[in-house]
Design a protein around this ligand. Sequence first.
Ligand code: BT5
Length: 281
Amino acid sequence: MEGASHHRGSGPPSQDPFRVEVVEVTGSTNSDLAERAHAGEPAGLVLRTDHQTAGRGRLDREWEAPPGTNLLFSVLLRPDWPAERVPLATSALAVSLVGVLEGPLSSLGLVPAVKWPNDVVLVDSAGSTVGKVAGILAELVDSDPPSAVVGMGVNVGWPGPDDGPPGAVSLRAVGLDLEVDRVLPLVLAGFGHWCEVLAEPDGDERLRAEHLRRSATVGRRVSVEMAAGPVEAMAVDVAADGGLVLDVDGRSVEVRAGDVVHLRADGAPDGGPDRPGRAGT
Ligand code: BT5
């Protein structure tokens, strides 16, 4: 990716590979950066907004956040990593946010963790999912040269305890008051680091180790939507390409995309409706 190649080619390793632009309102920061990529924008542009009128999740789902409440941003990359590593930008951004939130949340008895493939969730001391605090949308852009846009929404101030989509939680709702402007540079510092790591020969394995350490999914029983319908399995590993490795009745199966539901010991969804608090996604 550009951050890393930029370091190798034209700047010292400590140079900030990112330049942040802020707009008050837009449709979707991911869509904006895809357009900018087509128009020849160099890599490293970060677009943050106070409000998206058409914020997107995967598969054209909606990403919600009232104006001025949450951190919403996207990063334009032109990866020069091996092609199979490009999807790892999602893990890299997820572990970066986890690294930022870990310290402040520990005094509240909560742990941030990566829910495969693209969420950051908060987990309580009993190991139950409190809710989804952030989501990541990584998209390849068919520009010349090819680029990738990685966007993240972090629930800093919204939702409160009684609103928002099912399974969502905000930092403020669990008692952590952070400012959007303070969170972004910290996340970008971590992300820049992981982008440099991904340019190294063993970068995918190093990120895998960090993802595993931060995973809310590995070690859990999960339900995964497969072509043939939902399958229950143990999540046993994260592969170096970012896929989730499942033990399906003794067979090792890797899934590279999709949604997983974490299951409790009784087979119910973790954070489901019968659990006090909000339902997990
Ligand atoms: C995601 O998709 O989680 C990716 C979200 C990426 C959002 C960022 S914001 C900046 C950039 N610009 C964009 O347009 N997008 C990116 P997915 O795993 O498909 O989850 C989407 C689902 O999460 C929705 O269908 C809702 O159920 C739920 N959801 C919506 N808003 C939420 C929120 N604020 N917090 C938690 N869950 C939410």
